[in-house]
Design a protein around this ligand. Structure first.
Ligand SMILES: [Zn+2]
Length: 396
């Protein structure tokens, strides 16, 4: 009971912050028009927002997910539908997210849907054209993303990492910590931030020798970068893979060897959870105020991307472990998962590698050796190259 109360208080505090940062867009009107052959559902808004729509059966419904909207101006009697739309409902579904549900008079297809920006005094509009469908057709599409409305000014949210045509694939290498945040410090005085930067530059150089893809680094000097900025960097550069490099300390000096992590809200074990907590403290150490994330549109869109991304992340993690095994010592449980904030890009496959543990004197010595670094960096590079060549084959 006590725990429940504590959680509720935290949630309240967070939503209070969110309200200050972004006012919900005003909804001016929502209405259905047309007939049983074709029904148009229109939402008039103060300004355009993105949406994602999907369908649910029994009863037949169309669900429209949007960022948080202010519905206070909608009259109660405006909930009556017309044609294929019987009635509709709306409200806040989660922090920062609203949902509109259309109750249908029969199964439909979303024939067309789009966003119109506000123009010459006209409100912005979300438009959905519905046409009748058979129950069978409807059931086949249930729960799947049926339509997506992106704002023309914004880059569409990539649901699946797509190679940029004949252009180069992009990899983001992410050396942990930096600047004011030293990361871990080994008994011999090695700073994690310096060591991982050195190693990451070795991987970059090895990758450049392979050619064929663009290698970007979140930092190539001793600068602090917030965790969310690292994630954003990978996303805005359209990366097909992000590899974060770390070498932490743990209290058990006997723990040694490399570990490859993927994202999971539930940590695979205590060590994984403890390390994720530690790495996630980076921003706190640097005194970065945790900004509210911009309202991510449409849960379903993000969820679809996330599933695909998760599979690719896991497949790369396995490949990497197999490729580096002959060249370096692995932890006795080398494949783990935990809630690392730097791995949360919904559309960029991401892994975090703990090269070893600076708390272990053997690891600290190895990681400090330029020969060791070069040898292992070359393995990383060829593993990344194989992953990319498989990926472009699959999508091509
Ligand atoms: Zn670290």
């Amino acid at each position: 009971m006590f725990v429940l109360v504590a959680v509720a208080v935290v949630c309240l505090a967070q939503s209070a912050v969110a309200q200050v940062s972004a006012a919900p867009v005003r909804t001016i009107d929502a209405r259905a028009a047309g007939n049983l052959e074709r029904t148009r559902f229109v939402i008039d808004l103060e300004e355009a927002v993105e949406f994602a729509a999907f369908t649910l059966a029994d009863p037949y419904r169309v669900v429209i997910d949007v960022p948080e909207l202010d519905f206070s101006e909608l009259a109660e009697n405006s909930r009556d539908g017309r044609g294929l739309v019987g009635t509709f409902r709306y409200g806040l579904i989660a922090k920062g997210k609203s949902r509109m549900v259309l109750d249908l008079t029969e199964p439909v297809n979303i024939d067309e849907s789009f966003v119109l920006e506000s123009l010459e005094g006209q409100p912005a509009r979300l438009v959905f054209d519905l046409v009748p469908a058979s129950r069978k057709e409807f059931l086949e599409g249930v729960g799947k993303l049926k339509s997506v409305g992106n704002l023309p000014t914004k880059a569409p949210l990539a649901s699946v990492p797509t190679p940029k045509g004949p252009g180069k694939m992009v990899i983001v290498l992410d050396p942990g910590h930096g600047g004011i945040d030293d990361g871990a410090i080994g008994p011999g005085g090695t700073k994690e931030k310096d060591l991982v930067l050195q190693f990451t530059m070795d991987v970059r150089d090895a990758l450049k020798r392979h050619g064929g893809f663009e290698v970007l680094m979140t930092r190539d000097d001793d600068t602090f970068i917030a965790l969310d900025e690292r994630v954003e960097f990978a996303r805005t550069n359209g990366a097909q893979l992000m590899v974060s490099i770390h070498a932490d300390t743990v209290t058990q000096a006997y723990v040694s060897g490399a570990t490859v992590y993927t994202l999971d809200e539930t940590a695979s074990d205590d060590l994984a959870r403890m390390l994720a907590d530690k790495e996630n403290r980076s921003d706190t150490i640097a005194g970065v105020e945790l900004a509210d994330k911009p309202d991510e549109v449409a849960d379903i869109l993000i969820d679809l991307a996330r599933r695909e991304t998760k599979n690719l992340s896991i497949s790369f993690a396995r490949r990497l472990l197999g490729d580096i095994k002959p060249a370096m010592k692995l932890n006795k449980n080398p494949r783990r998962s935990a809630d690392f904030r730097v791995l949360t890009a919904p559309d960029v496959p991401s892994v975090l590698v703990e090269l070893g543990y600076l708390s272990n004197s053997g690891d600290e010595k190895l990681l400090g050796s330029p020969e060791w670094r070069k040898k292992v960096a070359a393995r990383f590079a060829s593993s990344i190259e194989t992953f990319f060549s498989r990926m472009s084959k699959n999508s091509g």
